[in-house]
Design a protein around this ligand. Structure first.
Ligand code: 2AM
Ligand code: CA
Length: 269
């Protein structure tokens, strides 16, 4: 990759700052630092401290851009561009000292076009990043999606319902089929990291119904810049219209989309 843009440099700086905050507290969180946000959904003082650090670094550098962060920071800027931030993806893992979480930062243009994406896994010090048209990278090395084509070799990532059960049956039916069509499935608890792992070929494909823009924005750009295909469960590449994601190569994406269309027809908004 050539020279990194000011936008990418800023996103990386913000991700590293948040990563340092997570590492100080990982394994040390006390119950008083955890608050319920919603049914089975939690926020911690670490999520909030990460969000404060990221939003201040970004606004200092790009005061005219908008921002949407998971824990409530919303800025309405004049530039037409918007930063989409998950300050800590995998909060439940973090609370349980399960070392699978990341920081996800994306920049979106006025037509929902993704410009920049950064996903940082602080425990392993893995920095995934991409800019539109420039390829995708992990710690400076270009990454590409999986080239596997044989079903019995696929390792697939997914997320399953944890608090809304109206799509549980559809999810289980689809899961059953993917179990037959793969070597194994992982439900690790961080959608952003699942997408980063799809971008670098660790996962051959990923699907999850009911995600928010901060869960997938950076990861979608990573997968596309790594040569993969990403749509929602209807096959629409404009992933900001609905809350579902399918990502993979030219074998796994159609395989997963076909199953999503079959099992989620009534649920698609
Ligand atoms: P979060 O940690 O940023 O909230 C998709 O599974 C996403 O749902 C995860 O990336 C996670 O993002 C969020 N999530 C919130 N509560 C969850 C829970 N109880 N179990 C799994 N994922 C949860
Ligand atoms: Ca989060």
């Amino acid at each position: 990759m050539g020279k990194q843009s000011h936008e990418l440099q800023t996103a990386i700086k913000a991700a590293h700052a948040a990563g340092a905050i997570t590492l100080e507290k990982f394994g040390e969180l006390t119950l008083s630092e955890i608050q319920p946000k919603d049914f089975k959904d939690f926020v911690t003082d670490v999520d909030k401290a990460c969000e404060a650090a990221i939003s201040s670094i970004i606004t200092e550098n790009f005061p005219e851009d908008s921002m949407l962060c998971e824990e409530g920071t919303v800025i309405n800027g004049s530039s037409g561009r918007s930063w989409i931030v998950d300050p800590l993806d995998g909060t439940l893992n973090f609370i349980h000292s399960f070392p699978v979480f990341c920081i996800s930062i994306a920049l979106k243009g006025p037509k929902n076009n993704l410009l920049t994406g950064v996903i940082y896994q602080p425990i392993l010090k893995e920095l995934f990043y991409a800019e539109c048209g420039q390829g995708a990278f992990l710690n400076g090395k270009q990454i590409t999606i999986s080239s596997r084509t044989q079903k019995e070799t696929f390792l697939m990532g997914t997320g399953l319902p944890f608090k809304e059960y109206h799509y549980l049956e559809s999810s289980i039916e689809m899961l059953k089929e993917v179990i037959h069509d793969s070597a194994g499935i992982r439900r690790a608890g961080s959608a952003a990291l699942d997408l980063a792992y799809t971008a670098c070929g660790r996962f051959d494909g990923f699907w999850e119904y009911k995600l928010f823009p901060w869960d997938f924005a950076a990861g979608v750009l990573l997968v596309r810049e790594a040569g993969g295909t990403v749509t929602d469960f209807t096959g629409d590449p404009d992933v900001f219209q609905r809350q579902s994601i399918i990502a993979g190569n030219n074998i796994t994406h159609p395989l997963l989309l076909e199953k999503a269309l079959k099992h989620f027809t009534t649920e698609i908004p």
